[in-house]
Design a protein around this ligand. Structure first.
Ligand SMILES: [Zn+2]
Length: 65
């Protein structure tokens, strides 16, 4: 896995944003799947709220994951 983005993880109800190391921004999940994460749709109601908040904070600081 070499990209970051939104993924749907087995067992999770929401989509989570994973960084390049496979860890979700909320810290609850590790993504080991083979499907590439999706970019965009940052405001989808299906996204994990914690991941959304952390992603927003990161993009505000200019340090995109
Ligand atoms: Zn999350």
């Amino acid at each position: 896995m070499s990209t970051s983005g939104w993924v749907h993880i087995n067992g999770a109800r929401k989509w989570h944003y994973v960084r390049e190391d496979g860890r979700s921004l909320c810290g609850r999940w590790a993504y080991l799947g083979r499907v590439p994460p999706e970019k965009g749709n940052d405001d989808s109601p299906d996204n994990c709220p914690t991941c959304r908040k952390k992603l927003a904070a990161l993009s505000h600081s200019g340090d995109t994951p």
